[in-house]
Ligand binder design. Sequence first.
Ligand code: ATP
Ligand code: MG
Length: 258
Amino acid sequence: MNPIITLKDLSFSYEKDWILDDINLSVPKGAFVAVIGPNGCGKSTLLKTICRMLLPQKGSIQIKGKDINQYGHRELAREVAIVHQHANANFGLTCEEMVMMGRYPYQTTWKWENKEDSKIAKECMIYCGVWEFRRRSMSELSGGEFQRLMIAKALAQQTEIVLMDEPVASLDLKYQIEILRLCKKLINEKGITIIAPIHDINLAIQFSDLTIIMNKGKIVEYGETRETISHTNIENLYDIKVKQVVDAEENIYYFPAI
Ligand SMILES: Nc1ncnc2c1ncn2[C@@H]1O[C@H](COP(=O)(O)OP(=O)(O)OP(=O)(O)O)[C@@H](O)[C@H]1O
Ligand SMILES: [Mg+2]
């Protein structure tokens, strides 16, 4: 099957050093792809190039076989949504208004938001457990509630590709699992593709199909999660000793050896 995202010889720099250094990547449709790697290795930068927030100096990106630069603004926003690691709260908006902003790629000069948009926004808010906050200002949410609201907005965009930067980093244990289960459900039922930097390697192992290991702007490993997140790769990547625990169902967990 043709990949839904293809990166060829991609390099990006903010100032002088290459932050992404000759990246080649092919992502199949319907995969949950985790990205792991140390702070500052380029994970968020990678996502920002895939949604065209940042323009690479070298190389190319194809979305569904078409060069990213050939897409119109709304057209691209109907294919790729992003949940940022550090999103800004737009303090003037209610939570429902924020999620409705996810519907903007479907609006034109002739078609403003309608009942269908409201219905989709409501469904996404219920999915993410934020419907009860609909009339509240975004500024009143806790960190985890805000994160779930941003995920609801991205889902309301109804794209085939969702880039989720550290989607569960500020969530409590229950919502970490619920949001990742929701991601799996969307993949299974709607065939969407997710790329998500995740620091918690045990969650990455449990939920992702494929894993990209990044270090210093390069992809050092990419493949099936179970093979890619290995004892040796984790120790080398973070330069620490880790303990491996295998439970009765043969799930593997890694913990830093303290
Ligand atoms: N706007 C910017 N201008 C200049 N340098 C930047 C900018 N944004 C990020 N950087 C630098 O680029 C490098 C990669 O940053 P990036 O945010 O992609 O890392 P990351 O892998 O997502 O890290 P983390 O795990 O901490 O989220 C870092 O060294 C960072 O300081
Ligand atoms: Mg980041």
